[in-house]
Design a protein around this ligand. Structure first.
Ligand code: ZN
Length: 378
C-alpha cells in the first residue's frame, strides 16, 4: 500500500489541510476501484467502514489477491471535518461559499469528447481508454483557486478514470439505501444485494452534479453524443452508498458492510476468490428494489414545533398514513404529517425540533412524479 498526501491550498496564513489516499494493487492492470468515505464530513459510518476496508485491502494485497487497482480515501473531507461551532460538528456545507460538499463537481464532457474524437474507433475498450485519458487531462487542467475547488479536483482526479466508484455517505436516520444513475443499475444490482439495500434510487441528471453522477454521467452522455458513430459502454459504475443513519457507527455494521463490498469486488473480478474452486460469493436474494428518485417524495412540515414520529424507517406506508406529528407547545395544536404516496419510509430526520417548511422524512414510491432538481440539501 502506498499512502499519498495531497496538500490543499492554504485558505488563510498559518493553516493548511491535506487529503490522504491509500493506494493498493497495480495501476493499469485490471479494473480500477475508487472508494471514498464521508465527503459529507458529518456522516461517520463511512469512515468506520473504510477502516474495516483498509484491513481487508492490507490483507488482500499481502495475499496477492488484488487483480486491479484500489484507491481508498478514508476521510474525503478534511475541510468539513474541522467545522465545529461551539460543541456542534457541521461538515455538510463549506463555510465560505455555503456550497454542499457533494454538489457542483465540474463536468468536462464536451471538451474531453472534442479532444478524444479523432482517436475513437470501433473498439469499445480502446474508446474507453482514449476518453478516460482525455477526461483526466481536462480535470488536471481545470482551475482550482480555492480550498474547496482543490478538494473537488483532487477527488475527481483519482476517481474520474475508475471502473467502480463508491461514495460512502449516510442519511439522518435511515435504512441502507443507494443512489445511482439509471444506466448503472445493471452493474449496481449485485452490489445492492450484497449490501442488503432497502431501496436503490435511480435518476439521470438529478441536479447540481453530485460526485457519483459526475463520475458515471460522462459515459452515457458520451454514448448519446457520439450516437452510432462509436461504441461507448457505461464504463463507470458509480454509487452513493447511504450507510443507514448518522448514529449507525458500530463495528458490527461496518464490518458487515465492508465484507459486502469485498464480496462485490470478488464478484466483479477485482479481487481473486480464495475458494478452492474459485467460486465467487453467491449474490444474496435482494432485500429491496430499484425505484425512481423522482418517486422519492419528501414529507414537509407546514408548521414548526416538536416533532414526534409515529412510524419507523423501513416501514411500508400508504398514502395518507400519519407518519409524524408536530406539536405546538404554546397553543397545544397537533399537526399530522401524512405520507404523500404509497411506498417505503426509508429515511427521516434526526432533530425533533422542526421549522415550518422543513422536510422531515422521505418515502420512496414506485411512480416518478417529481420534476426539476431531485436532490435536496440533505
Ligand atoms: Zn451525504
Amino acid at each position: 500500500m502506498q499512502l499519498r498526501q495531497h496538500p490543499l491550498p492554504s485558505p488563510t496564513p498559518g493553516t493548511q489541510r491535506e487529503l490522504v489516499s491509500l493506494h493498493y494493487g497495480q495501476p493499469g492492470q485490471g479494473q480500477k476501484v475508487y472508494i471514498q468515505a464521508s465527503l459529507h464530513a458529518d456522516e461517520l459510518p463511512g469512515m468506520l467502514t473504510a477502516w474495516h476496508l483498509r484491513r481487508h485491502f492490507d490483507a488482500l494485497e499481502a495475499a496477492g489477491r488484488l487483480r486491479g487497482e484500489v484507491i481508498l480515501v478514508p476521510m474525503a473531507n478534511p475541510i468539513g471535518l474541522s467545522q465545529w461551532w461551539l460543541q456542534s460538528h457541521l461538515g455538510r456545507f463549506e463555510g465560505l461559499s455555503g456550497e454542499n460538499f457533494n454538489r457542483h463537481y465540474p463536468e468536462h464532457i464536451e471538451a474531453a469528447a472534442r479532444h478524444a474524437e479523432s482517436q475513437l474507433g470501433d473498439d469499445p475498450a480502446r474508446n474507453v481508454a482514449v476518453l478516460r485519458a482525455a477526461l483526466k487531462t481536462e480535470v488536471q487542467a481545470s482551475p482550482a483557486d480555492t480550498e474547496l475547488k482543490a478538494l473537488r479536483k483532487t477527488l475527481m482526479l483519482m476517481a474520474c478514470d475508475a471502473d467502480v466508484v463508491l461514495d460512502l455517505h449516510c442519511d439522518a436516520q435511515a435504512m441502507m439505501h443507494l443512489y445511482t444513475e439509471t444506466p448503472c443499475w445493471p452493474q449496481c444490482e449485485p452490489l445492492a444485494a450484497y449490501l442488503g439495500a432497502g431501496v436503490t434510487l435511480l435518476a439521470t441528471d438529478s441536479g447540481d452534479n453530485p460526485f457519483d453522477e459526475a463520475c458515471s454521467q460522462v459515459w452515457w452522455k458520451w454514448a448519446k453524443h457520439f450516437g452510432d458513430r462509436f461504441p461507448i459502454p457505461q464504463a463507470c459504475l458509480s454509487v452513493t452508498v447511504e450507510l443507514r443513519g448518522q448514529q449507525d457507527v458500530h463495528h458490527d455494521l461496518a464490518a458487515k458492510d465492508a465484507q459486502a463490498i469485498v464480496d462485490f469486488l470478488i464478484h466483479r473480478g477485482v479481487i481473486a476468490s480464495d475458494a478452492p474452486d474459485g467460486a465467487t460469493p453467491p449474490v444474496p436474494a435482494p432485500v429491496g428494489d430499484a425505484r425512481p428518485l423522482a418517486g422519492s417524495i419528501p414529507v414537509p412540515s407546514p408548521v414548526g414545533g416538536v416533532l414526534t414520529f409515529l412510524r419507523e424507517v423501513g416501514e411500508t406506508v400508504r398514502e395518507g398514513d400519519v407518519i409524524a406529528q408536530v406539536i405546538d407547545p404554546i397553543s397545544g395544536s397537533v399537526t399530522d404529517l401524512k405520507s404523500p404516496t404509497d411506498g417505503l419510509l426509508f429515511a427521516r430526520d434526526t432533530l425533533r425540533l422542526v421549522t415550518a417548511g422543513a422536510r422531515v422524512a422521505k418515502v420512496a414510491g414506485r411512480e416518478a412524479t417529481r420534476t426539476g432538481k431531485l436532490l435536496g440539501a440533505r
